[in-house]
Design a protein around this ligand. Structure first.
Ligand code: MN
Length: 405
């Protein structure tokens, strides 16, 4: 099957062509304050609800202020809506009606596209977990004994998930370095990033019924980019024995475009070889859901890392299966993130604590300054693309945030 061509010619050579069609929520000057669902096409945003009305097709799921109704509708409807959007943007007959409903990207403001229900963050990169183990627990085995048997995660704070571009206020808290006699209180001195990939749950599941690996496609609507901002000094003092808490919960940033899972068929890869036998509910030999996303991290515009998502040990399908294996139910809008994406090479690490090896090897920036952790006014931007059909690329856009005091 060849990629359909749009009458919107520039979109055909874009990472946001008809093979992608990511969903977001926007406001624009023609109807100020009114949140609407938008679909990105090239460097334009299609007002999706208005488009459905213009072509005389059912618009109820697209005529909403968030993606939640569409998320809740489930896989068969997602497929139908995607096919309809493709048809509208392909058939010359719709050109006249739809052209006025395409707003330039720079003319819209993008918002958090769905109401985040529960938020779970994982720890799925073997390279990241090994590096952190070496940094934080030198002299002992870097991976904990459970690491290769189950995807480790924790429940995060959904209420502080914010859209890309939202300023990140440097958090205050208790900090205690190992050499300090007592904890002190104040702004974090070790503010870090974690470059991650997020998965958005659409269809809910019943309590008591685990979602198996082959249920991944039925429940997960799409994929976005996540920056899991982390205050390492607060985290380091508080995390034993119950795990991350205030060192993480102050802000988590999300990219505004949700790339449909359907757009990532060509990006699927097999996860790296596992060196222990997995329990049957995690054995994904028949359901490989590794994804070949090429990520980039920029600090004040300067490229500092290229994390390869294909190197992740645990896939999102395994994470979903593990997250529900105890019978925990899924809700529409649940978000789970992969954990920091770090590849094997130093220049592919997804957090400053690894890139600077706990501050021992500062990064040099082109303006002559150096960084161990983030300073006020620093801006971090994470982008990604994945392979699409016929040599195309699938764009994810960006998740960005600037640190304010
Ligand atoms: Mn994280």
């Amino acid at each position: 099957m060849t990629t359909p061509r749009s009458w919107l010619a520039p979109a055909n050579d874009s990472p946001f062509g008809l093979h992608n069609l990511p969903y977001g929520v926007f406001t624009a000057g023609d109807r100020p304050g009114r949140r609407r669902i938008g679909v990105r096409v090239g460097d334009f945003v299609l007002d999706a609800g208005a488009a459905a009305r213009a072509v005389g097709e059912p618009s109820v799921l697209l005529d909403a202020g968030s993606l939640n109704p569409l998320l809740a509708a489930g896989r068969p409807v997602w497929t139908e809506v995607r096919a309809a959007l493709t048809r509208w943007l392909t058939e010359e007959a719709h050109r006249g009606d739809l052209s006025p409903l395409l707003l330039p990207l720079h003319a819209v403001e993008l918002h958090l596209p769905f109401e985040v229900a529960d938020y779970v963050d994982f720890y799925a990169s073997e390279h990241h977990a090994t590096n952190l183990g070496r940094i934080l627990r030198p002299g002992s085995e870097p991976l904990t004994p459970n690491w290769k048997h189950l995807p480790i995660g924790y429940h995060g704070r959904s209420g502080t998930v914010v859209v890309s571009g939202t300023p990140v206020v440097r958090p205050h808290g208790q900090r205690k370095a190992p050499a300090d006699a007592a904890p002190s209180f104040g702004p974090t001195r070790r503010l870090d990033i974690e470059a991650e990939v997020g998965f958005v749950v659409g269809a809910p599941s019943a309590m008591g019924t685990p979602v198996t690996l082959d249920g991944f496609r039925e429940h997960v609507f799409g994929v976005c980019l996540v920056n899991d901002w982390s205050a390492r000094d607060i985290q380091g003092w508080e995390y034993v024995p119950l795990g991350p808490f205030l060192g993480k919960s102050f802000a988590t940033s999300l990219s505004p475009w949700i790339v449909p899972l359907d757009a990532l068929e060509h990006a699927r890869v097999t996860a790296p070889a596992r060196d222990v036998e997995l329990l049957p509910y995690l054995d994904d030999r028949d359901e490989p859901w590794g994804l070949d996303l090429a990520m980039e991290i920029r600090l004040n515009g300067h490229l500092v890392s290229r994390p390869p998502f294909a190197s992740m040990y645990w896939t999102a399908a395994q994470q979903l299966a593990h997250m529900t294996v105890n019978g925990a139910s899924l809700r529409t809008g649940d978000l789970f993130a992969s954990g920091t994406v770090s590849g094997p090479e130093p220049e592919t690490r997804g957090a400053l604590i690894e890139l600077t090896w706990n501050g021992e090897n500062p990064l040099k920036l082109p303006d002559g300054s150096t960084r161990t952790f983030l300073e006020n006014d620093d801006e971090v931007t994470i982008t990604a693309t994945a392979p699409g059909p016929d040599g195309t690329a699938v764009g994810f856009g960006e998740v960005t945030g600037r640190i304010v005091p």
